[in-house]
Design a binder for this molecule. Structure first.
Ligand code: ZN
Length: 132
């Protein structure tokens, strides 16, 4: 297993980790297989989104903020909005690997979603070789 370390700078952010995940694939030497990405945190997540127009990032975070305002919660830490947004985003992702590269669509990137930063975060990456 490989670990990607991330330092986030804002409370909520989307960090493109495609290059780092591709590095893990390259280091592993596999040509074909699956990359499992896992987030070992409860206020951050992982998913795929568009990597061209920076307004998409802004709009997604804005929509999350509107969908889950941080009010009316009981959790003493005061970050139940972050726990909820992380739950909505998900904590794991699988991407196929072919020709030693992630099989992402043209406009797709793998994003780490921070909802309670700034923090030092980790992303676990497990690369599994396949024969076909
Ligand atoms: Zn909490």
């Amino acid at each position: 297993m490989k670990t990607i370390s991330i330092k986030t700078n804002k409370r909520c952010d989307m960090v493109d980790i495609t290059r780092e995940v591709n590095e893990c694939v390259k280091e592993s030497g596999i040509i074909s297989g699956i990359v499992h990405i896992f987030i070992p945190h409860t206020t951050a997540g992982v998913s795929i989104n568009e990597n061209v127009d920076p307004d998409v990032k802004r709009d997604v975070l804005y929509a999350m903020e509107r969908a889950v305002p941080n009010s009316g919660f009981r959790h003493i830490e005061g970050n139940s909005d972050a726990h909820t947004k992380a739950q909505m985003t998900g904590f794991s992702l699988n991407v196929f690997v072919e020709d030693a590269k992630l099989m992402l669509g043209t406009w797709q990137s793998v994003y780490f979603y921070e909802y309670d930063g700034p923090r030092a975060r980790k992303v676990f990456v497990k690369i599994v070789k396949s024969e076909d």
